[in-house]
Design a protein around this ligand. Structure first.
Ligand SMILES: [Zn+2]
Length: 362
């Protein structure tokens, strides 16, 4: 008898941005099955994906990723390594206009779905969706460029449904500094939060908006850790000890997340999973790499602090996972690694419910 499908609630995807912005290879209707990208509603249902954090991300105009081999300590270039310079600060008007457009896409999609999709604002709504099969969407903004230093826009976005916010993407904002895409490198890449960044954390606590630590540099991470009353959460990151990109979390960061009662959504991006940091796709990356990072975090801080944060539609993921329909194979890989069924459920969705219960105000 086949094992039951485990539903997965996921910490991060870039699907909304990709559908609007990604060109002919990405544009599609979320409601119809497609071969493009990683998620649409039919593929989510097939794979047991019950919903997730849907990011709104504004890209920098005229910014192109440049692959730039690093020079190692011995003076030789490191062929698999890659380094991308940080784009400059983004104009707030560009970010605001884009963010409103993508939010509108989401609310129109919800309306068109005829009840199949729901933007959730409370954990009661999320629980209802998980039990009745409605696809649940948490509105997340990745990089707070659309928010002013007086935090007026934050109040408005909250009322519209914003429940999760990254103070930075890998780009400086008025609130803090993000890490570059680089390998191998420490996440200690610059100064911590600004005064506005500290006010942002306090206001998010007060409203009940989750603060996503992914992309934040090390000093910014410790600043949030010192100020925030909520569990510490990185929605899409892996273990730095296993793959030394600054996007991943050091052992000390993992410990702080565990002590706060927080959560790490393990990222499926091959460049953050692989020990050699190669995100090019030239070499095959088995989906067991995701389990390897999850096991590391669970062994260090406990399985109640591990979740999934796919980066679907935002990153190159293991080929044998493919897209959302491959999730049952990932669950099987957790079983093969010896995870008990009840621990798999914690990782797949229950840990998110606990952390959101402690973070959101309802
Ligand atoms: Zn991201």
């Amino acid at each position: 008898m086949p094992e039951k499908t485990v539903k997965v609630f996921d910490g991060h995807n870039d699907t909304l941005t990709k559908i609007r912005h990604g060109g002919p290879n990405a544009q599609r209707s979320f409601l119809e099955r497609s071969e493009k990208g990683h998620i649409d509603l039919p593929r989510a249902r097939e794979g047991g994906l019950a919903g997730g954090f849907f990011a709104i991300f504004t890209s920098s105009p005229n910014y192109e990723r440049v692959v730039d081999p690093l020079v190692g300590a011995d003076g030789q270039t490191v062929p698999e390594a890659w380094s991308v310079p940080l784009p400059p600060k983004l104009d707030r008007r560009i970010a605001t206009s884009w963010t409103l457009s993508v939010m509108s896409d989401l609310f129109r999609l919800e309306a068109e779905s005829d009840g199949a999709i729901s933007v959730v604002r409370t954990t009661a709504e999320l629980r209802r969706c998980l039990s009745d099969g409605t696809f649940a969407v948490i509105l997340h903004i990745e990089g707070a460029e659309a928010i002013d230093s007086k935090l007026e826009a934050l109040d408005v976005f909250y009322e519209a449904g914003l429940r999760s916010l990254g103070p930075v993407w890998s780009r400086p904002t008025i609130f803090g500094h993000g890490v570059p895409f680089d390998f191998p490198r420490s996440p200690d890449t610059g100064p911590g939060l600004t005064a506005a960044g500290r006010r942002l954390v306090e206001r998010c606590n007060k409203l009940g908006i989750l603060i996503d630590l992914s992309h934040l540099n090390l000093k910014g991470f410790w600043d949030v850790s010192a100020i925030s009353q909520a569990p510490l959460v990185a929605t899409h990151a892996c273990a730095w000890s296993l793959s030394q990109t600054p996007r991943n979390l050091t052992d000390e960061q993992l410990d702080a997340i565990g002590e706060s009662g927080g959560l790490v959504g393990i990222n499926y991006a091959v460049g953050f999973l692989r020990a050699d940091g190669d995100g090019s796709g030239e070499f095959k990356t088995p989906l067991t790499e995701i389990v390897r990072h999850a096991t590391y975090v669970a062994d260090r801080i406990g399985v109640e602090h591990v979740a999934l944060g796919s980066d679907f539609d935002g990153a190159r993921i293991p080929e044998d996972l493919g897209d959302a329909t491959g999730l049952p194979r990932l669950i099987e890989a957790f079983r093969d690694a010896g995870f008990a069924e009840q621990d798999i459920e914690l990782i797949a969705f229950r840990n998110w419910l606990r952390v959101l219960d402690q973070t959101w105000r309802e």
